[in-house]
Design a binder for this molecule. Structure first.
Ligand code: IMP
Length: 179
């Protein structure tokens, strides 16, 4: 199945049923890993909103939820500079943190979020990302503990991810068709 967004063609690579199944499994892992810990899930907006909503419905342990908002993309072009638009509003000192990302591409945004979180001396920090582009990552991370899907280094939209502001509401995930 194909969609066109702003004159660009995309083809479906992951459907919502697959996403839901994967999220159920990640939820089970998180419930077991954090059973006695009362973690704080920190979602990185905007892209994480669908993943966060579906993931949190699978979390049955005591936990808190917070968000940060960063801007690192200009349409579909990467920018090296990451800007913080909404900061953290909870005290993370001594707490167990799970950062929830839509996608780790270059990893710049994750690096920035980790720096922000680590400044507050949390007890532990793990990363949960729906998508990971292993061949695009430019940093070394040792705490990406939960990954929904590893994908090729192609631009993707849907399930929270946008192309120039559009495509976020698609329930499935699509990748750009390049000729
Ligand atoms: P980074 O390159 O890992 O810093 O990615 C930063 C942010 O850019 C992600 O959290 C996404 O919101 C967005 N992003 C990265 N890759 C894609 C993509 O393929 N499609 C749509 N948004 C993306």
């Amino acid at each position: 199945m194909k969609v066109t967004i702003n004159q660009k063609e995309f083809e479906r690579i992951i459907d919502y049923n697959q996403i839901k199944k994967r999220i159920r499994l990640i939820g089970i892992q998180l419930n077991v890993a954090y059973e006695h810990q009362h973690p704080i899930f920190v979602g990185v907006l905007n892209g994480c909103f669908m993943f966060m909503a579906d993931l949190m419905k699978q979390i049955h342990i005591a936990c808190e939820v917070s968000f940060v908002k960063l801007s690192s993309y200009d349409g579909s072009a990467r920018r090296d500079q990451v800007t913080e638009l909404i900061g953290l509003d909870v005290d993370l000192e001594g707490r167990d943190i799970v950062i929830v990302e839509d996608i780790v591409d270059t990893g710049n945004s994750l690096k920035h979020t980790l720096d922000l979180v680590n400044k507050q001396n949390p007890a532990s920090v793990a990363v949960c990302t729906l998508l990971l582009k292993p061949s695009a990552v430019t940093h070394t991370f040792d705490n990406i503990a939960y990954v929904g899907f590893e994908i090729d280094n192609a631009f993707v939209v849907g399930y929270g991810l946008d192309y120039r502001g559009l495509g976020r509401t698609l329930p499935d995930i699509y990748k750009e068709i390049t000729s």
